[in-house]
Write a protein that binds this ligand. Structure first.
Ligand code: SAM
Length: 271
C-alpha cells in the first residue's frame, strides 16, 4: 500500500475539492490510499503527489476520469428512500399531469450513479400514465460525473438480487431475463432515460429549458456547505415554478438561505 504524507493528502484533497466539489476529510486518507494503490502502482509511481502531477498534466483527460471513477462513492439501489418515490407518484405526478399543458415533462436525476434512480422514476411514470402516456414526452435526463457508472446505467442490466425489491408486476412488465443471474430493462424503459456525463461543479449547465423535478440525492453529502449552497442556487434557477427538488434524507438545505420552500423531509418546492 502506498504511504501518503499529510502534505500530499492536503494538495490532493484541494485538487478534488476545486474540480469536483468533493470534500475529502483527513480521515478518508486510508480509503484514498486503498482505492488508488493499484492505479498508482500500475503507473510505476511511488507517491500521491507524483500521481496528482500526472493527472494534472495528462492532456487526454483520461487520467482524471480514472481518478474520479476510483474516488466516487456510487452506492445506490432501486426505490432508495422509497417514501420519495411514493410522494413523487402520489402527489408530484398528478400535479404535473394536470398542469403541464405542453405535455413535455422534464425530470433530471442529477447524480444518477448506475441508473437505479432514473429507471425507478421511468417505471413509476409508465405505470402512472399507462396508455395515456401517448402524446407525452416524459424522458428523464440522468447525469453523473463518473463514466464508469454511466456505462453500467446505459446497459440497463441488473442482478436479480438488485431487482428483488421491485413489485412483481414491474419485474414482469419492465424486465426480461438476461442470463441466469440478471435481468435487462425493456427497450421502452431504457429509451425513457437519457444518460449524460456532467460535473455538478461546472459553473454553467448546458440546459435550455428548466426542469419540473430535480432529484439531486445523496451526492451533496460529499460537498462542503458553501459548495452545496452554490449548487442549490443553481438548481433553483433551473427549476420551473411549482417544480420540486428532492435531496437525500441524510442531506439538508440551509432553510434560511435557500429560496426553495420546505415540503416534507428531503422534498422542496419552488413556488
Ligand atoms: C451515492 S451516489 C447517489 C446515487 C443516487 N442519486 C441515489 O441517491 O441513490 C452519488 C453519485 O454522485 C456522483 N458524483 C460525485 N461528485 C459529483 C459531481 N461533482 N458531479 C456529478 N456527480 C457527482 C458519483 O459519481 C455517484 O455516482
Amino acid at each position: 500500500m502506498i504511504t501518503i504524507t499529510d502534505d500530499d493528502f492536503t494538495a490532493f484533497s484541494r485538487y478534488i475539492k476545486t474540480h469536483y466539489g468533493i470534500n475529502l476529510k483527513p480521515e478518508k486518507m486510508s480509503l484514498v490510499a486503498g482505492r488508488l494503490h493499484h492505479v498508482i502502482a500500475s503507473n510505476k509511481m511511488n507517491s500521491l503527489s507524483e500521481y496528482l502531477n500526472y493527472v494534472q498534466t495528462d492532456r487526454s483527460g483520461q487520467a482524471a476520469v480514472t481518478l474520479l471513477n476510483k474516488i466516487t462513492t456510487n452506492h445506490t439501489f432501486f426505490m432508495r428512500e422509497s417514501d420519495h418515490f411514493y410522494y413523487f407518484r402520489d402527489s408530484v405526478l398528478p400535479y404535473l399531469a394536470r398542469t403541464i399543458a405542453s405535455k413535455d415533462m422534464r425530470i433530471w436525476s442529477a447524480a444518477c450513479s448506475s441508473g437505479e434512480e432514473p429507471y425507478t422514476l421511468a417505471m413509476l411514470i409508465d405505470e402512472y400514465f399507462g396508455r395515456g402516456k401517448a402524446g407525452w414526452d416524459t424522458k428523464i435526463l440522468a447525469t453523473d460525473i463518473s463514466s464508469h457508472v454511466l456505462d453500467i446505467a446505459k446497459r440497463g442490466i441488473y442482478s436479480n438480487e438488485k431487482i428483488a425489491i421491485l413489485p412483481p408486476v414491474w419485474k414482469m412488465s419492465y424486465f426480461k431475463a438476461y442470463d441466469a443471474d440478471s435481468s435487462i430493462l425493456t427497450d421502452d424503459i431504457r429509451d425513457e432515460v437519457i444518460f449524460r456525463k456532467l460535473n455538478l461543479m461546472d459553473p454553467v449547465f448546458p440546459f435550455r429549458k428548466k426542469f419540473h423535478v430535480v432529484f439531486c440525492k445523496n451526492v451533496m453529502i460529499y460537498f462542503d456547505r458553501a459548495t452545496r449552497r452554490e449548487l442549490v442556487d443553481k438548481l433553483y434557477e433551473l427549476t420551473e415554478h411549482g417544480g420540486y427538488l428532492f435531496i437525500g434524507h441524510s442531506e439538508s438545505l440551509d432553510r434560511d438561505k435557500t429560496k426553495y420552500k420546505y415540503v416534507r423531509p428531503g422534498v422542496f418546492r419552488k413556488e
